[in-house]
Write a protein that binds this ligand. Structure first.
Ligand code: KIV
Length: 277
């Protein structure tokens, strides 16, 4: 299993692969595919809980799902998102991150924000909790961003992003997720900070990539522009269920191979006993 120092030391050696997961089966397949880091993202809210943003996701939701993921992938580095309003001051952040570390056996937590959350980052790292930053399009700020929009498109916004990334890196973040920013901006930030950058909708010039499980495997109904489906699992599931339904309806399922059998002698004995009644 990759550790937080190893993750940071990977920078410049090889790209790291990250995938989100929310349950045991997803965790098992991520581990079987030798993915470097599983992120139990608060995208849980959209992929699994049926919300249209990450805002309603609670700490209890995260603990419940991250504990499942850990049981499915005991040997893979697992990072868990601190959800909305659970890290607005160092004390609250420490209590909530501590709960995640103890109850899910996570290897670290991820937080959205830059210089404004440095006191929180310091408090967690001081207590030996590895921290992953998240900059650019930060879904917990959907209301103040005015929607899910590509960030850091003006010179001043690029400068702000760079300072946020520098600050997180200098304060010891193990990695920084860069979401929804132009490719040149992500590459520039990557080249100017020590912490590895993990991109999602940030182009190829970063130190690793993360995708949402459902986008990566073609389960999501409408795919975001930045994602590529590396399998067509939604269609495979629908085809499988259609075939199942058809086989039940035409009587071909279950067949002899899928049925249990009683030995002839026992069956005959049973029938004789019934007849003798
Ligand atoms: O919640 C999440 O899944 C994330 C990734 C999109 C990086 O934060």
């Amino acid at each position: 299993m990759l550790t937080a120092p190893q993750l940071r030391a990977l920078k410049g050696t090889r790209p790291s692969t990250w995938i989100t997961a929310y349950d045991v089966v997803q965790a098992q397949v991520a581990e079987e595919a030798a993915i470097d880091v599983i992120l139990v993202g608060d995208s849980l809210g959209m992929t699994t809980l049926g919300y249209d943003s990450t805002i309603p996701v609670t700490l209890d939701d995260m603990v419940h799902h991250a504990a499942m993921v850990r049981r499915g992938a005991p040997h893979t580095m697992m990072i868990v998102d601190l959800p909305y309003l659970t890290y607005h001051n160092p004390g609250t952040a420490l209590a909530n991150a501590g709960r995640i570390m103890q109850q899910t056996l996570a290897n670290g937590v991820k937080l959205e924000g830059g210089r404004s959350i440095i006191p929180v980052v310091d408090a967690l790292i001081q207590e030996k909790i590895p921290v992953i930053g998240h900059l650019g399009l930060t879904p917990q700020s959907v209301h103040t961003m005015g929607g899910y929009k590509v960030q850091a498109k003006s010179s001043s916004a690029i400068g702000e992003l760079l300072e946020d990334a520098r600050s997180l890196s200098d304060h010891g973040a193990s990695a920084i997720v860069l979401e929804g920013i132009p490719d040149r901006v992500a590459a520039y930030v990557t080249a100017h900070i020590e912490a590895p950058t993990i991109g999602i909708g940030a182009g190829p010039g970063v130190d690793g990539q993360v995708l949402v499980f459902h986008d990566c495997l073609g389960i999501t109904r409408s795919l975001p522009k930045f994602a590529r489906p590396f399998a067509e699992v939604r269609q495979a599931m629908i085809s499988g269920l259609l075939a199942y339904r058809g086989s039940v309806q035409d009587g071909s399922f279950p067949g002899d191979r899928e049925s249990y059998h009683v030995p002839d002698a026992e069956w005959d004995k049973f029938l004789r006993e019934q007849d003798g009644r």
